[in-house]
Design a protein around this ligand. Structure first.
Ligand SMILES: [Zn+2]
Length: 361
């Protein structure tokens, strides 16, 4: 039932892409769209002394300042202050501007329970594609999760559920749009973040980011470093660190623009291959199935009327959201049977896999 909708989206995006490219080809300036992630009520990842939305904005402003000093480069910012902007609005700004490059700037983090929370470090640059590891899917889910803060997100995003792994098939259908050029640029930015800004190299990766799919131009999403690691946080929130990271991005834009060959396609292929290997060893423990009925950005009391009298609610936290499930089934078939009944009360309920104390993908 979901597939025809997804194919339709794919066709619409491809058509709008063709129209946008035709219009862009007539413009002479090289247009860079900078997208500082999050803003306003959406703080993004939060560290001990700083937050993601402010770091993203500062770095984007520095990049904009440098690029604007050059002739024949035009810079468009999706936001230039601390305001909330939906993912679709960001893409709309980029498409209306007929950008030649779209650069979404973010800061990474891992779950509060992760053992490596204070030690994980490094930059990674993402292009659109189907994730090959659970880690990459988690990053995409966190960056897409903001859409559930919009009142009618299901309609706006054509039924896409940022929390449901199966929704992410849509990124497989759309992964070839500008992919070569996006990967080329991503690798250049990645190299620069390592050489100019001294970040640890976590490699070029692919995952399903809505904002990358909805933009009709080569598009990347940068995760500068991990805000949950105190050492990394110190660097990415410092004026000196932000200057270096901005310089890295500016150098990469100039290299891309002048067509200098800094592409390491072998490395990109190797990254994809090692991602695949990691995936096979990710899940462990006995798998059970639960039905997720609700997700919220703040805790919902278990006795609350929001649960419409359904009993046996359990809560878990993921990507800064509070999620509520019922049931614990040994087979997918049994979970599906219960899901059909529950959908009369919770039309958007879906089945998740569970092992030990956490959800698995
Ligand atoms: Zn982010």
């Amino acid at each position: 039932m979901r597939i025809p909708i997804l194919i339709l989206i794919s066709i619409i995006l491809t058509l709008s892409d063709a129209v946008t490219r035709m219009a862009a080809d007539t413009a002479s300036d090289f247009i860079v769209v900078l997208d500082p992630g999050h803003g306003g009520k959406d703080y993004g990842a939060v560290g001990k002394t700083s937050n993601e939305k402010s770091i993203n904005l500062e770095v984007a402003r520095l990049v904009a300042g440098s690029l604007r000093q050059q002739d024949s480069i035009k810079v468009v910012m999706t936001r230039d202050d601390d305001t909330f902007l939906s993912l679709q609005e960001r893409a709309n700004v980029a498409n209306r501007a007929h950008g030649d490059l779209f650069i979404s700037i973010h800061v990474n983090s891992v779950d509060r329970r992760a053992k490596n929370r204070t030690t994980i470090a490094g930059a990674s640059v993402y292009t659109l594609g189907l994730h090959r590891t659970a880690e990459n899917l988690e990053v995409a889910k966190r960056e897409n999760a903001v859409m559930v803060l919009e009142p009618d997100y299901s309609t706006t995003y054509s039924g896409f559920d940022p929390n449901s792994a199966e929704s992410y098939i849509i990124f497989e259908l759309n992964q070839n749009r500008h992919l070569d050029r996006s990967i080329q640029f991503a690798q250049t930015v990645q190299d620069e973040l390592v050489s100019t800004a001294g970040r640890k190299d976590k490699g070029v990766r692919q995952a399903g980011f809505w904002v990358l799919m909805a933009t009709s131009m080569p598009a990347i999403l940068i995760e500068l470093d991990f805000i949950c690691n105190p050492q990394s946080e110190k660097y990415i929130s410092s004026a000196a660190g932000q200057r270096k990271m901005a310089d890295a991005i500016v150098n990469a834009v100039n290299a891309y623009r002048s067509g200098r060959k800094t592409l390491h396609s072998d490395e990109a292929t190797q990254t994809a291959a090692s991602d695949k290997k990691q995936e096979q060893t990710d899940s462990s423990g006995k798998i059970v199935y639960r039905i997720q009925i609700l997700a919220a950005d703040r805790p919902v009391r278990i006795g609350s009327s929001e649960f419409k009298g359904v009993k046996g609610i359990e809560q878990y936290e993921e990507n800064g959201l509070y999620k509520y499930t019922v049931g614990n089934y040994d087979s997918m078939a049994e979970a599906d049977r219960q899901l059909r009944k529950l959908r009369k009360t919770f039309p958007k309920a879906f089945v998740i896999k569970w092992a030990g104390n956490s959800r698995v993908y």
